[in-house]
Design a binder for this molecule. Sequence first.
Ligand code: SER
Length: 433
Amino acid sequence: MKFKANDVREDFLNFFKKNGHMEIENLSLIPQNDPTLLIINSGMAPLKDYFTGESIPPSKRMCNIQKCVRTIDINSVGDPHHLTFFEMLGNWSIGDYSKKEAIEFGWRLIKDVFQIDTSKIIVTVFGGDKSLPGISADMESFEIWLNYLPKDRIILLDADSNFWGPTSDTGPCGPCTEIIFDRGIKNGCGKVDCGPECECGRFLEIWNVGVFMQYFMHEDGSLTKLPMNCVDAGAGLERFAMILQGVESVYETDLFIPLIEVLTNKIDINKNKREIRIIADHVRASVFMLADGIIPGKTKREYVLRRIMRRALLYLTILEVDCQLFWDVSQVVIREYSCRYPELKDGEDFIKNVIFSEITSFNKVLSKGLRELDRIIKSSTSAVISGDDAFKLQDTLGFPIDLICEIAGNKGMTVDKERFNFLLEEQRQRSRK
Ligand code: SER
């Protein structure tokens, strides 16, 4: 294998260190002094105060590899490239270099260091957006890209694709430019208008090579200028590994092969590829969150962890496999990743205890909840589970709504989420009073 994941990490850091960047610490997934964010979701999240000028960075040029968790795409996990936990390769300029250098660094790394076939590269640039009337299209980046690529491979897109941030409701944000790898027609939908915005999987974003952090978003959505121009760039290690190892999904990279192997010893991958991927991703995410001291619970980041753990446990249950397999995969995660993340090995006993106690409480909730849900489904005259039934299941039995939706979906049914949310809000109002 030409580029093992660890080579990708090392080559990335060495490249930026050679170019004057200081390597900074990879921080805990628990945000420090940031009440706006539950879990670190990007490399820049712990660095926000540098962008606003509230803190002075140790260097104007920095780089690192940061543990991140994002659950916004949790329902897409299982496809070739979506994950809840990932390692973000990041480089930053705090009032130092700007667009020209950021793009040049990106190009040199993929072309000279990683030797990616650049005929498969296209890039996207912020092309303006009606919702952001004061911010014009980033023609400066467009012009810079013309030094490297023909015009037809530089695509202008709107804010949905090319305006990044903030990490929560407020914070630094700005237009961005992304490097996309074209995986070829065979990996896509084949439609004539298929392009980087299409969800079919042909076009894989590999690097947000520059968020040009020029604005601060306030609670009301208004933007003010930041005191200096900064660059925030980030790439998912797993996606780079997928491209560099020439495989079809992140799950076939060396980052996942040993985890998948434990699962395929017990589960038929030909019939259950998506489920195996979901379990592998969720176990890996859980182990990292546990190692940082998060424990599964009912609210906030504790709930995020519980949801991920229970989703993996649910799939093990659906596949009729002993939930102990969760721990078996966890052990492999600890073994494979401890070299770089010693907190996993240090926390092994704690991680094990929490996993087994979560399995016990999950099984209690599950057997009661499944019985009740089964009764509801059998007596239902339509393909919709009522919001009242779903609410009762969650409220009285602790059977989470996500699991209800998941099981309903697997049976071709839906849940009346609108009514469910209404009842939930009503209950919140009552308890506030
Ligand atoms: N913060 C940007 C992202 O997460 C670039 O790192 O995509």
